[in-house]
Design a protein around this ligand. Structure first.
Ligand code: B12
Length: 210
């Protein structure tokens, strides 16, 4: 078995000790942190998602997998991203109201931080008016919205509408993402950008900030 298969397997079998050992071991073998993240942890949580869909895994187990994945990400964190600095971007990021998924959003926040942007991560289940208040308070020039559920995607549009109504739309570029989100949807709801993964989200944010 390759290291990646073992990492995936340890996540799916909820074996946190083994997962942490394998992540450290892979780093020791000079496997790039981004490969461990993408081919190990993210590939593993995708399998968890399939099992969830097929009812082979249930919410408490999926939650455990998410928590174990977060521990793995914590080890990789200092080794991901680039270290170019530009403090021009002030980002407010959160998962929209009704949605509790935060692993992907936290990865995006982390990659943006390591790209030198100032990131205010509001957390999950954030109402449109809270996003608006935080854009004002943090004087943000980039707003990032995450949604993982098809049922919460319309909340992205409601959040953008609230930003428009507040008069702040000209101040912020709005970027959206999350597994069910597409470029077509981003265009439809009037977002400025979409990215399908954390690395390209950070690159796009740096361009938007300039
Ligand atoms: C872990 C998980 C949970 C955990 C979340 C824990 C946590 N702290 O996040 C828990 C157990 C809480 C959960 C609950 C539910 N979940 Co859930 N969950 C997942 C699972 C397995 C993994 C999600 C994940 O973290 N992926 C890994 C990350 C790295 O990927 P990502 O989020 O897509 O993020 C990347 C990109 O999308 C992008 N990105 C993300 N955000 C942003 C933002 C911006 C601005 C940009 C540019 C890019 C970007 O960059 C990220 C990094 O590369 C998915 C299945 C899947 N494979 O997606 C189901 C899934 C999303 N869940 C699902 C469902 C149905 C639910 C529940 C409704 C189940 C229930 N009956 O209660 C609840 C809803 C709770 C709620 N109100 O939110 C469905 C959604 C189906 C749908 N079509 O809407 C999925 C697809 C599972 C399935 N196949 O059925 N879930």
């Amino acid at each position: 078995m390759t290291d990646f298969n073992e990492i995936k397997d340890s996540l799916v079998s909820l074996d946190d000790q083994r997962l942490l050992h394998l992540v450290n071991d892979a780093l020791g073998k000079k496997i790039p942190a981004s490969d461990i993240l993408n081919k190990g942890l993210i590939a593993g949580i995708d399998i968890v998602g399939e099992k969830m869909e097929n009812e082979d895994m249930f919410i408490p187990e999926v939650l455990m997998a998410a928590q174990i994945m977060a521990k793995g990400v914590e080890i990789l964190k200092p080794l991901l991203g680039d270290d170019e600095t530009s403090a021009r971007g002030r980002v407010v990021i959160g998962t929209v109201k009704g949605d509790l998924h935060d692993i992907g959003k936290n990865l995006v926040a982390m990659m943006m931080e390591s790209a030198g942007l100032a990131v205010h991560n509001l957390g999950v289940d954030i109402a449109p008016e809270e996003f608006v208040a935080q854009i004002k308070e943090k004087n943000a020039n980039i707003l990032c919205l995450s949604a993982l559920l098809t049922t919460t995607m319309p909340m992205m549009k409601q959040t953008i509408d609230a930003v428009v109504e507040s008069g702040l739309r000209d101040q912020v570029k709005i970027m959206i993402g999350g597994a069910p989100v597409t470029q077509v949807f981003a265009d439809d709801i009037g977002a400025d950008a979409f990215a399908s993964d954390a690395g390209s989200a950070a690159k796009a944010a740096k361009i938007l900030a300039n």
